[in-house]
Write a protein that binds this ligand. Sequence first.
Ligand SMILES: Cc1cn([C@H]2C[C@H](O)[C@@H](COP(=O)(O)OP(=O)(O)O[C@H]3O[C@H](C)C(=O)[C@H](O)[C@H]3O)O2)c(=O)[nH]c1=O
Length: 196
Amino acid sequence: MKITPQAIPEVVLIEPKVFGDARGYFFESYRQDALEAATGHRLHFMQDNESLSARGVLRGLHYQQAPYAQSKLVRVVSGDVIDVAVDIRIGSPTFGQHVCARLNSDNKHQLFVPRGFAHGFIVLSETAIFTYKVDNPYAPEHDRGISYSDPALAIDWQLPKEQIQTSDKDGALPTLKDRLESAPETLFQYEQALYD
Ligand SMILES: Cc1cn([C@H]2C[C@H](O)[C@@H](COP(=O)(O)OP(=O)(O)O[C@H]3O[C@H](C)C(=O)[C@H](O)[C@H]3O)O2)c(=O)[nH]c1=O
């Protein structure tokens, strides 16, 4: 597999080696040793999630605040999405900046979204099955988010606004600036030790 740091280097893109033959294909969808070496973190993924969404559905931008911050290893088993990770570590040189990755069942690419980042994706295909590992359990009381349409983030979701569908919860999320001004404790500090 090829693992490449992105423009925000803590976020890495994983391109698995796919072995095709007359029966179909095989690839290693997760290698802890390779990902730990590439990210510099010990990783203990302990929950797998899966969601099915129709074209235009946008889930995000979500994160869990400390002490339940989550790293995510995300991939698409069916369909085509734009996946986005936003740096929400106060003091980071890339605070408020984001990485986009096109993940689909053809390229089989995966994105590692570290703790300290908000995450979301939009579906470009008719439907998409999105599956991912997280390294902390679901903690609804620590579930937080920022607005996918925050003009300061300037994320290109590639679909017209009228085609984007979100949950009511996601549609009401604050901008990063609002969250920074009203509840900075729900974000992260760049110097904060987020991994053991
Ligand atoms: C995330 C999660 C949700 N749930 C329950 C809570 C709700 O009753 C239902 C749907 O939850 P939600 O609307 O938060 O699901 P998504 O909008 O897909 O949220 C996820 O979407 C973005 C892309 C993320 O990165 C996060 O992993 C996660 O926030 O599943 C659970 O039981 N366990 C879980 O880990």
